[in-house]
Ligand binder design. Structure first.
Ligand code: SAM
Length: 244
């Protein structure tokens, strides 16, 4: 897709979803550069199964922009299991006021995220090869973030143990989910209470496509009210075999 055509499609998609104010010409050009890089490097790094540009715009950029629009001003965020940099890269591009730490267990993907952040001049991104359950136990990262977020990493029961230890008391975990969000939240109630979370809710977010089709991408919000007990997070084998 030509740059002009891409920027027009991106602008329309953001406008259709009530996010148009977040974009500028400079940011749209950065999204074009990100798309070109992602598609060029896809074979080497296995970054995305979505290669249609309109779907990249909706499922990667608009989806992450909807999260970016909801982040508190100046907040410190951790993206657990960032893969090819989602939501990290769009959030950092659209919200220069926030600082985001992207973690993933795969070094190859973290190298890609680091290099891409540099290429796009994003000084508010830090990318670290790390398993979330190791980071959650480390004094450097434990309870140091206003927000822990994740997209497409694990079911809510497992994800809560990977994310909530990173969140400060008074902060929030924001899990980008699909249609089963309510069910997943029901299953995760005990995990949330055990790990210091209270008052979890599902916020409905509907992504509107250019063709008129709607996609439900709800956000599960969990408030952190108490410190996470020191026994958590457990080693991953235990988290996955015996989820809380
Ligand atoms: N968040 C990205 C997105 O939405 O496109 C990537 C999703 S990808 C399906 C899941 C990612 O989570 C993978 O890159 C994987 O390496 C990472 N991951 C899974 N478990 C993890 C853990 N315990 N700690 C760190 N990263 C993990």
């Amino acid at each position: 897709m030509e740059k002009k055509e891409f920027i027009s499609a991106l602008t329309q998609a953001f406008n259709k979803n009530g996010l148009g104010k977040m974009l500028s010409l400079e940011k749209s050009e950065a999204f074009f550069a990100l798309t070109e890089r992602m598609l060029t490097e896809n074979e080497k790094y296995n970054l995305t199964a979505i290669t249609d540009v309109d779907m990249i715009i909706l499922n990667h950029y608009v989806d992450c922009a909807a999260l970016a629009a909801r982040l508190p001003k100046g907040s410190k965020i951790i993206d657990v299991g960032c893969g090819a940099g989602f939501p990290t890269l769009p959030v950092a591009m659209l919200r220069p006021d926030v600082k985001i730490t992207a973690v993933d267990s795969t070094e190859k993907r973290i190298n890609y995220v680091k290099e891409t952040a540099e290429l796009l001049g994003l000084s508010n991104v830090e990318a670290l090869t790390m398993r979330a359950e190791d980071g959650g136990r480390s004094p450097e990262f434990r309870e140091k973030f206003d927000i822990a977020t994740a997209r497409a990493v694990a079911n809510m029961r497992v994800l809560t143990e990977l994310c909530l230890p990173f969140v400060k008391v008074g902060g929030e975990m924001l899990a980008m989910k699909g249609k089963n969000a309510e069910f997943e939240l029901g299953e995760a109630k005990r995990a949330i209470a055990t790990l210091g979370g209270r008052g979890a809710t599902v916020e409905s977010i509907v992504l509107k496509s250019a063709s008129g089709e709607d996609f439900s991408h709800p956000l599960i919000r969990v408030s952190k009210k108490e410190k996470t007990p020191s026994a958590y997070p457990r080693p991953f084998a235990q988290i996955s075999k015996k989820p809380l």
